[in-house]
Ligand binder design. Structure first.
Ligand code: NDP
Ligand code: PYC
Length: 337
């Protein structure tokens, strides 16, 4: 029998940072990646928390991730801001572009951040929540590896392509949702396989196209888009907007390029809006109007997206993060290497 133990967020941060610092990445990269992974674990987003360390370190060790990559900001003073991640992780690229994106969205009413040539492993809520806290409405998306068949097909073409949205609120956490456009994130399927658990029906099909509840078969076959043709359409939009439009890899190209690397290399697109600038001529307060909608949702018992995550954060900030014995041993081993 294994015991679960609470460890403090600070201890978790130190161990994750040590694991990355020892891998040979720049201190700034180790910090950015640590911030994202610790936030994922703190918010009980297990598929994008410490589970991701192994794949990231493997990417560095195999040379798939450029450990010395310095993200380069390309800013012509207009609405499109670019950061070339230079084959490094997307997290430091986001940190590099963030200040300019916020400043420009407030100056022009809207601005976008195009991240180029990045290894991407993270949940998108981290960025949209951060920007919504800065007073912006935000959408964010990226392709991934081609693991998902389009609705009506059986061959992997789309990534699990996450889509996230954030909207500012006064005096409380921003309104944020963030989901894979596949029924489940790849990370959740992988965690089921590792735990020897079946996957629910409808998540994936086997290599021969038949429905499966076997995680290994589903991972080898094709994952399915959420909401049939509707999720499939959103996923195609993400391929077009954050792949084709940016001139970066779409999910099929990312998979073909990677030769089995644990993390896909591609672009990402974040578009930020200043609600005050849009609502200006109406004389209405867009954040107060947002509260009307959000309260009407909760008044009828609806649970808000991110509510579970924010509750997990509160628990973690009080008691620490609950980890299994295996997770603690793996974490200590990564930090000691
Ligand atoms: P979930 O289906 O777990 O959750 C999707 C969203 O819906 C969350 O905002 C969640 O909030 C909310 N939600 C869940 N249940 C309810 C409910 N009953 N009522 C209202 N809202 C609800 O997420 P996915 O498994 O689809 O994705 C997990 C993560 O994987 C995402 O963070 C995504 O960014 C990441 N991902 C990253 C990829 C990449 O390429 N980098 C690829 C694919 C996925 P809450 O969190 O509070 O439960
Ligand atoms: O969970 O689908 C996923 C995923 C892909 C890349 C990062 N996370």
């Amino acid at each position: 029998m294994t015991t679960d133990t609470y460890i403090s967020i600070d201890t978790l941060r130190e161990q994750v940072y040590a694991a990355f610092a020892k891998s040979g990445v720049r201190p700034e990269t180790a910090q950015s990646v640590t911030d994202v992974i610790v936030a994922g674990e703190r918010d009980n987003c297990k598929s994008h928390g410490i589970y991701r360390i192994e794949g990231c370190l493997r990417s560095v060790a195999s040379g798939k991730a450029n450990p010395t990559a310095v993200p380069v900001l390309k800013d012509g003073g207009k609405a499109i801001i670019e950061v070339d991640a230079a084959g490094g992780f997307s997290c430091p690229a986001y940190d590099t572009g963030r200040p300019t994106l916020i400043e420009r969205a407030k100056e022009l009413g809207m601005a976008s951040l195009a991240i180029r040539d990045a290894l991407h492993f993270s949940a998108l809520w981290y960025e949209v929540e951060d920007l919504a806290r800065a007073g912006l409405a935000v959408i964010s998306m990226c392709p991934s590896y081609a693991f998902v068949a389009p609705a009506g097909g059986t061959t992997p073409l789309f990534g699990t392509n996450p889509f996230a949205f954030g909207y500012p609120r006064k005096g409380t956490h921003p309104y944020v949702f963030d989901f894979a456009t596949s029924v489940a994130a790849r990370g959740d399927m992988e965690m089921r396989r590792i735990a020897g658990e079946p996957i629910p029906e409808g998540w994936a099909i086997a290599p021969d196209g038949s429905p499966t509840t076997d995680a290994t078969e589903g991972l080898a076959g094709a994952m399915l888009p959420f909401g049939a043709h509707k999720g499939s359409a959103i996923s195609s939009m993400i391929e077009l907007m954050a792949g084709a439009m940016l001139g970066e890899f779409m999910s099929k190209e990312a998979l073909d390029f990677a030769e089995g690397g644990p993390l896909p290399r591609h672009g990402a697109l974040i578009i930020a809006f200043d609600p005050a600038r849009f609502a200006h001529s109406s004389g209405r307060d867009p954040v107060a109007e947002g509260e009307v909608l959000i309260n009407a949702m909760t008044d009828q018992g609806a649970r808000l997206p991110s509510e579970r995550r924010y509750a997990a954060r509160e628990t973690a900030e009080t008691h620490g993060v609950l980890l299994s014995e295996t997770e603690i041993m793996r974490l200590e081993a990564f930090a000691a290497r």
